[in-house]
Design a protein around this ligand. Structure first.
Ligand code: GLU
Length: 282
């Protein structure tokens, strides 16, 4: 960790991806994150998670900043205001992620894999994790001459089958997952030569001195994966708190396609952000 990023008592973060307009679900989770930081007299950081070049767009970054501010969210470090743990755009932090990959490669905790996403999805025996990720069937687990020789590979984290990953969630209490059953070997580096979400978020949360990660409960299983990465990289993990997802009137979780519940649309319709901050189904 950079010496200038010494942890303050509490450091939280908002980590949106500019792949569309933010919706009420994001905003409510972020509101909880801000409340937690305030309760602890802590600092909030905004990080622009813009690694998905095909889906991230500059106009969504601008909209994200505007919409978050309209909702009442505040941060003291971020892409628009700087800070000692920058840069705050993930696309500008790739050298740090690459250093982490090199470290994982040295310790042989990752291996090259030449399976496409489709290969994995279609593998006859591949069951899916609860979050929809197919469990990797192990085709390229070492030794795999095909993967060693391939020119286009991703890098996968090798999980220990049957290892129990446990943590106490700030909202949901004790959590327990089993590697190889609840989730499989997962990518840390993509075939397009960029880090996966799992690796980037661990490197950043550690480098930015984040003490508590507040995010949606759709990422519970990712937390289990990320805890393995913290250990592999000899980094101290933060605490975790996963918020319930906001659902629409049909009980479906909100997605960026729910235009009517985007912060943009709510604002244009004259909604009062104070009234939107807490509540049940949208
Ligand atoms: N950028 C991620 C998302 O929007 C955030 C994940 C996280 O909070 O760790 O889903």
């Amino acid at each position: 960790m950079d010496g200038t990023c010494a942890p303050s008592p509490y450091r939280g973060r908002l980590a949106p991806s500019p792949t569309g307009y933010l919706h009420l679900g994001h905003a409510r989770t972020f509101w909880t994150a801000q409340q937690r930081a305030r309760q602890h007299g802590g600092t909030m950081i905004l990080r622009n998670e813009d690694l998905d070049g095909a889906r991230c767009r500059p106009e969504f970054v601008a909209a994200m900043l505007e919409d978050l501010k309209w909702f009442g969210l505040e941060w003291s470090e971020g892409p628009d205001c700087g800070g000692s743990c920058g840069p705050y755009h993930q696309s500008e932090r790739v050298a740090m992620y690459r250093a982490a990959l090199d470290r994982l490669r040295e310790t042989r905790l990752v291996y090259p894999c030449c399976c496409s996403r489709k290969d994995v999805q279609h593998a006859a025996s591949a069951p899916h994790a609860e979050d929809g990720e197919p469990l990797y069937p192990g085709t390229c687990r070492p030794p795999s001459p095909a993967a060693q020789a391939a020119s286009r590979v991703c890098w996968r984290f090798l999980v220990r089958e049957g290892e129990v990953v446990e943590f106490v969630d700030g909202q949901r209490g004790p959590q327990r997952f089993v590697a190889g059953r609840d989730f499989g070997d997962f990518p840390v580096w993509r075939t397009d030569d960029l880090p996966s979400y799992q690796l980037a978020v661990v490197v950043d949360d550690a480098a930015m001195g984040i003490t508590e990660v507040v995010r949606g409960e759709d990422l519970l299983l990712s937390t289990a994966r990320q805890l393995l990465l913290y250990r592999a990289l000899a980094l101290a993990p933060p605490a975790f708190l996963h918020c319930p997802l906001v659902r629409d009137t049909h009980g479906e979780r909100l997605a960026k396609r729910h235009d009517a519940l985007s912060l943009r649309a709510l604002r244009a319709a004259g909604a009062d952000p104070v009234a939107l901050r807490t509540g049940g189904a949208a």
